[in-house]
Design a protein around this ligand. Structure first.
Ligand SMILES: Cc1ncc(COP(=O)(O)O)c(C=O)c1O
Length: 381
């Protein structure tokens, strides 16, 4: 068991209040929201209460929210659903950024194999899309544009409001993967030009295997799962009632504590950087990602001369859990497509480690981690 968990972008510990909500539902006895009897009605009520509070938080109608099995399913459902609905209107172009999560990128590639034209937007050295590139790529043949709010590997934020306006002008649909940003960035769907939005519970101290897809009313969109009429026939399958209730509990806390959560993550991150400079020396590491437009909980650092795998293994042995890019890639140890898209030198890509902070972390842990890294680095000097 690692004593210092700095991998919150991969998954987060469940908040005690979310666990409590989960247990309350799971121990309430068998209950299917589709059943007409009392326990079914109680389950339906739990799902409705959760939906209402998430809708209020996002600034949308509860009817515009579809519960899913997580961020990956929300991204898949958003893109397949929008692309196939839009193709009926003669729109067959997809636009996405080079730094999207694979849950978006691999769907785009699949759509390309289905005959859609795919435009991948490049990013600058900080991982941010240039507005002129986005503007030039979006036209009246564009079906859907997919741009993440905040990157899972670097934390870099994208100009989603501006790109959403370009999409709106061309009557293309705008999808935003807000899996990492939700809970940190305020998202008001009354203000933002977004048609589809993906969220995942386990990144905000909720349970794994639950997510949310926002589909703006009137959006041309087709479901991906067919079966029963759950979720207004937009996502068939018996609802994960306990997971949904726990998701709403975690989201409520993230909302109520948004500023303090941001400040807490930011303070651990800042301390990590300060202590790395003190114990390792600022010439021995370099930070990847945007210095200003970024989420507070992600810190991507390269330690040139030490491979990511060596650093991660040594950190693990010393009780520090971190990651070498996105979690889905960490098993395959492929160079990060995000850092590659940023055109970073190869030794910087090969030595990148992602630390990500959250519930339960302390600045003392950041100091400990920096000292451990200084010790590890001395072995490779
Ligand atoms: C930006 C982003 N999108 C999508 C996902 C997939 O979410 P889930 O793990 O809930 O399927 C992740 C998870 O790492 C992510 O960071």
């Amino acid at each position: 068991m690692n004593t210092i968990y700095f991998d919150h972008a991969a998954t987060t510990p469940m908040h005690p209040a979310a666990i409590e909500a989960y247990v309350a539902c799971a121990s309430a006895g068998p209950s299917n929201p589709s059943s007409l009897h009392g326990s079914g009605r109680a389950a339906r009520e739990r799902v409705s209460v959760a939906r209402d509070s998430l809708a209020e938080m996002l600034g949308c109608s509860p009817a515009e929210l579809v519960f899913t099995g997580g961020g990956t399913e929300s991204d898949n459902a958003a893109l397949f659903g929008a692309a196939f609905a839009q193709r009926k209107k003669g729109r067959n172009r997809i636009v996405a950024t080079a730094v999207e999560h694979h849950a978006v990128l691999n769907v785009c590639r699949r759509l390309e194999a289905e005959g859609f034209e795919l435009t991948i937007l490049p990013v600058d050295e900080f991982g941010r899309v240039r507005l002129e590139d986005a503007q030039a790529a979006i036209d009246e043949r564009t079906a859907v544009v997919s741009v993440m709010a905040g990157n899972n590997e670097t934390g870099t934020l994208q100009p989603i409001a501006e790109i959403g306006e370009f999409a709106r002008r061309s009557r293309a649909l705008m999808h935003v993967d807000a899996v990492q940003a939700f809970g940190y960035l305020p998202i008001d769907l009354r203000e933002l030009p977004i048609d589809l939005l993906s969220v995942s519970a386990h990144k905000i101290n909720g349970p794994q295997g639950v997510g949310l897809l926002y589909v703006r009313r009137g959006t041309p969109w087709l479901p991906s799962l067919y079966g029963g009429s759950q979720e207004r026939s937009r996502r068939a399958g018996t609802e994960n009632v306990a997971g949904i209730a726990a998701f709403a509990a975690a989201a409520g806390i993230a909302r109520a504590q948004r500023q303090s959560r941001w400040q807490h993550a930011e303070s651990v991150r800042a301390e990590a950087l300060r202590q790395l400079a003190a114990h390792l020396g600022s010439e021995r590491f370099v930070v990847n990602g945007h210095p200003e437009f970024r989420l507070p909980h992600v810190l991507n650092v390269s330690f040139p001369g030490i491979s990511s795998e060596s650093m991660l293994m040594n950190l693990d042995l010393a009780g520090v859990a971190a990651s070498g890019g996105s979690a889905c890639n960490s098993g395959s140890l492929k160079p990060s497509h995000v850092l590659e898209a940023m055109n970073l030198p190869s030794d910087r890509i090969a030595s990148a480690v992602r630390f990500s902070f959250g519930l339960g972390n302390t600045t003392d842990e950041a100091e400990k981690m920096a000292k451990i890294i200084a010790t590890i680095s001395a072995r490779y000097a």
